[in-house]
Design a protein around this ligand. Sequence first.
Ligand code: ADP
Ligand code: MN
Length: 175
Amino acid sequence: MPLIAMTGTPGTGKTSAAEYLRQRGYEIIDLNAFIADNGLLGEEDAERDTREVDIESMRTLFSKRSKLSAIVEGHLSHFLGCDIVVVFRCHPDVLAERLRARGYLESKVRENVQAEILDVILCEADGSKARVFEIDTTKLTPKETAERMEEIIKGKGNHQVPGSTDWSGETDRWF
Ligand code: ADP
Ligand code: MN
């Protein structure tokens, strides 16, 4: 199995889908935990309620693991040099509700929704050598999302190509 990244804007459902995949026997690396465990969390950005991560150190440390095939889950996983990158997507209104339900400040909800509308992670993933897939989770349950993920893992995800989503019509309301 190759190295597969599950990435996407926070709230798109990566961790929930990963949980289902674990139940089905897949070993999934939690990149957020890897970052924290290896002391890769940098300065606190109080205004944005977030902490910077040194991407280069993360890449270097990750590449020193013994296993070359794995599934990695986290919103920075597309920076790891994976063979396959799956970008989780979600409609802005639904994403905002998921993030509010998580207790995010409205400023942080907006920042993440704006990033989703601008296809930030998809663009970052396009800059890598990886084969890129996309899953629109807006109308899916976490279980259904995990099933789409499993199709991709098994090489049956050819219909999950990027470009199926377009949130540009939501721009006026969020910028
Ligand atoms: P991520 O890991 O991408 O930040 P999570 O899996 O933690 O996202 O999900 C964020 C929130 O959205 C959680 O409260 C979760 O219950 C909810 N959620 C996740 N996936 C879905 C889904 N497919 N449909 C509805 N709600 C979802
Ligand atoms: Mn998560």
